[in-house]
Design a protein around this ligand. Structure first.
Ligand SMILES: Cc1ncc(COP(=O)(O)O)c(C=O)c1O
Length: 378
């Protein structure tokens, strides 16, 4: 079986998790703090705040951005459902705009037309490892007095120009779910350069407490903490933090291995007119959290996926169109986003993981091409 992904995780992570279990301190503590420091340093942000997952990171960031009931947040529909759900969790309304069909990321040219007096924030998504045009989104946001909460869930390590994602927007949120390039099992991180917002985020991820358990324990103080505003239990455990520290050390190596495999797929598929390989803008190298092709064939994608599965090769649809999922369709019955709808119907993720062999890659390409049948150019 060639799976869609395999974890790049091993004995070092297991030992780090075991050390936490033996330490007697399991939830958010020193290991989470060290993980946060590593992420902040890596992306070039002043602060990193770890959370239970990226959905909760997005929810907290929206609150810190001042988003609440009655507000609108502009976002793409071509994303995982959590992008829009986090906006609904904050009591606001997602306003979906279409994507650039080459990058699969929000089309900044469409953002401005979607701004209304109720717009409070923009949530661009850095989809499947490729940074969105964040400078263009920030420019629009600054001109209209809006905040930018960037959903970089799949894209740790990606850059835009000279900058790493995580250093540019008001708030950037990363996921460490096992489908991402590196993982903590479940986990999220918010990065920001806003000192006051960072302090508030640290408090509301833990019920709004004025002092963290770790700080109280380390100070030896018997003073009681206060709860000044509504908060949540969105904490990460130290077991996850310890795994994350090791995974952060591996990140560059993991991204290099993924890139090597992706470029090899590009070469193998280069002159096949039935398969469009991923686009990379000149200033935004792809980190290939997923390897996503667009099928230029009239054969149904589902038949292809079934055929590959029968040959022991896992694939996935590219990315969902959130506005077509029943919960959102019932709220946006008339909404049409042509590029998003085309992209969700035509894209396919191929297996890609650290340790994938050239023979496995060749097998995927052979099976894909065999199913698609004779080439037009043959
Ligand atoms: C674009 C996007 N946003 C948000 C999320 C949610 O991340 P998490 O599973 O860590 O909550 C994901 C996860 O797949 C994602 O791909």
């Amino acid at each position: 079986m060639i799976p869609i992904t395999r974890l790049a995780i091993g004995e070092e992570e297991a030992a780090a998790a075991l050390a936490v279990i033996r330490s007697g301190w399991l939830t958010q503590g020193e290991r989470v703090r060290e993980f946060e420091e590593r992420v902040a340093t890596y992306v070039g942000a002043a602060h990193a705040i770890a959370t239970s997952n990226c959905t909760t990171a997005l929810h907290l960031s929206l609150i810190a951005a001042g988003v609440g009931p009655g507000d609108e947040v502009i976002c793409p529909s071509f994303s995982f459902i959590a992008t829009a759900n986090s906006i609904v969790h904050a009591g606001a309304t997602p306003v979906f705009v279409d994507i650039d069909p080459r990058t699969y990321n929000i089309d900044p040219a469409l953002v401005e037309a979607a701004i209304t007096p109720r717009t409070r924030a923009i949530m661009p998504v850095d989809q499947i490892g490729l940074g969105a045009d964040i400078p263009a989104v920030l420019e629009i946001a600054r001109r209209h007095g809006l905040r930018v909460v960037e959903d970089a869930a799949p894209s740790i390590g990606a850059t835009v120009g000279e900058s790493r994602l995580g250093s540019l927007s008001d708030f950037t949120c990363f996921s460490f779910h096992p489908r991402k390039s590196i993982t903590t099992g479940e986990g999220g991180v918010i990065t920001t350069n806003d000192d006051a917002a960072a302090e508030r985020l640290r408090s509301i991820r833990s019920h709004g407490a004025s002092v963290s358990d770790l700080a109280r324990y380390q100070s030896g103080s018997t003073d009681l903490e206060e709860y000044r505003e509504l908060g949540y239990n969105y904490r990460m455990t130290d077991i996850q933090g310890a795994i994350g520290i090791v995974q952060m050390r591996r990140l560059d190596e993991v991204l290099a291995a993924r890139r090597h495999l992706a470029l090899r797929y590009n070469e193998l598929l280069a002159d096949d007119e039935r398969i469009e390989t991923p686009f990379e803008p000149a200033d935004r190298p792809h980190t290939f959290q997923s390897y996503c092709v667009r099928l230029r064939s009239t054969r149904p994608r589902q038949d292809l996926m079934n055929d590959l599965a029968a040959r022991g090769i896992a694939t996935r649809r590219g990315v969902m169109a959130i506005h077509l999922e029943p919960y959102y369709r019932s709220r946006y019955p008339q909404l049409s986003l042509p590029e998003t709808e085309r992209a969700t119907a035509e894209t396919l993720l191929l297996p890609l993981y650290v340790g994938m062999t050239e023979a496995e890659q060749d097998e995927v390409v052979r099976a894909l091409q065999a199913h698609l049948g004779e080439r037009l150019s043959d």
